[in-house]
Structures are given as structure tokens and as C-alpha cells.
Design a protein around this ligand. Sequence first.
Ligand SMILES: NC(=O)c1ccc[n+]([C@@H]2O[C@H](COP(=O)([O-])OP(=O)(O)OC[C@H]3O[C@@H](n4cnc5c(N)ncnc54)[C@H](O)[C@@H]3O)[C@@H](O)[C@H]2O)c1
Length: 261
Amino acid sequence: MRLKDKVSVITGGSRGIGEAIAKMFGKEGAKIVIADVNEETGNAALEGLKKDGIDAIFVKTDVSSEESVIHLMNEAVNAFGSVDVLVNNAAVSIRKSAEDTSLEEWQKVLGVNLTGAFLCSKYAVPEMRKRERGAIVNVASWHADKTITRFAAYAASKGGMTALTRQMSLDCGKDNIRVNAVLPSTVDTPMLYETMQNLPDPEEAWKQTLDYQPLGRIATADDIAHACLFLASDEAAYVSGHSLRVDGGTYAKVARPLMFD
Ligand SMILES: NC(=O)c1ccc[n+]([C@@H]2O[C@H](COP(=O)([O-])OP(=O)(O)OC[C@H]3O[C@@H](n4cnc5c(N)ncnc54)[C@H](O)[C@@H]3O)[C@@H](O)[C@H]2O)c1
């Protein structure tokens, strides 16, 4: 019960890493608010939580819309009385160089990944401040540090998230609100599956991805959720402004598989 009664808003919480975070936090006693733009997967994820006896709601949310985020935080407070934990996990990605990225594509990726994290944080912090405690966990990516060809908007959005994490930890510290990030590498989720399917030889891409892992396996969504749980819990009471790599040791390597270049 490491998050007992902590009201936890999980953006992009209806599938992949976000769904795993929602389940894990719920099993640790948190009250869960799934915020996702996809109503169908959102309702399905909510059913799954309820079957496990977890107190939860789903709020259809577009994190890139200020109006939608204000509605989300109001719904969380109406249902459970506070916002104690925010996990900014919702994201979209496209594989394009800066030159090939249209302004519309750039604004879409930055809008969901970075502006979404900004907006959700902006409207969660006043609720957290009322109780003089809170934890924000930003799910960034290893692309914040090192990246690959044709990933301009995504890498920029994730780098922005770690900068925002460090900066907000300073402004929020006096109210006992901690702000941290996790940087996953390759995680077995629908987003990864879709990325692989768009490569010329998906089978070879999976093989090379696996060969690249120092731990001999690709991360599971639970691997990332465990790191988020630590950062959201009181066990991380003195951890703020930190970006935690959950990458199986890949940061230590100097080369990437040729398939991705
Ligand atoms: N899967 C990986 O290999 C990997 C690696 C590094 C980082 N990440 C990061 O982890 C997080 C989760 O990734 P995932 O693989 O579970 O992705 P996913 O695509 O499986 O899930 C993303 C969720 O975000 C939701 N979403 C998209 N746009 C939204 C919006 N405007 N408002 C609200 N919700 C929206 C989607 O509906 C979906 O449920 C993302 O931030 C991603 O960048 C993933």
C-alpha cells in the first residue's frame, strides 16, 4: 500500500505503459484517474481496474487542450477530493527528420508530449499545493539524451520534458511537490509494435533490438511502472528534479543497430 488513498492521474493510461502504471498504482492503494483521448480503450482499461477492485474513473481527455485538462482536474477533484500524483505519460510519435516534418506534425507531437505535460502539471500543482505535497512523474524517453535519425519532433519533445522536470522541481519544491522523470528505452507496448511494423523488415528489427539489450530482453511496461511507483511514493521523498534511466543499461553502449540508421 505504497500509494494508499493517493489520487493519481495517469495520462495515456488506457494502454501500454500508462495502463500498467494505473494497475500497479491501484494495487498499491491509489485512487486512479485514467486520462486518455481514446474513449474505447479508456473504458476497457477502467473495466479492468474495477475487476481488480481498484477505485477508478476514466475521463476522456486531450492533454494538448487546455479546456480538456481543466475538465480533467475538476473531474478528479469532484470524484476523489484531490490530486496527489500526476503521471504525464500520454504521447504520440512520428519518424521524420526536421526538414521533412510539417509544422502541423511538429505541433501535434510537441502539443501532446510536451505541452500536454505542461498543461497537466499547471493545473495539478494548485491542487497539490492545497495539501502541501505531491509528486509529478514525467514519462520521457531515452531520446531525451541520445537519439536516432528521423525522430526530430519526438526527441525534441522528450528533451523538453526533462528540462521542464528539472525546472519545475525548483518552483514546486517549497510546497513539497516533487517533479521527476523516467527515461525508458525500448518497451514492449503497442507503440513499439506500431513503430516496428513501419520499418522495412520488422522481423529483423525485432531481432536487432533484442540483440542490442545488455540484459538480453526488451523492457516490459511493468519495468517502467515500477520506476514510476518509486518516484511517486514516499520512498522517493528526497528525490526531485531527477531523470531516471530505465533502459537496461543501453545508455552505456556506444553503437545502435544499423537497422535504425
Ligand atoms: N514503448 C516504448 O518503447 C517507449 C520507449 C520510451 C518512452 N516511451 C514513452 O512511454 C509513454 C507511453 O508509451 P506507450 O508505448 O505505452 O504508448 P502507447 O501508444 O501504447 O500509449 C500512449 C497512450 O497515450 C494516449 N494519447 C495519445 N494522444 C493523447 C492525447 N492527446 N491526450 C491523451 N492521451 C493521448 C493514447 O491513446 C494511448 O493510450 C510515452 O510517453 C512514450 O513516449 C515509450
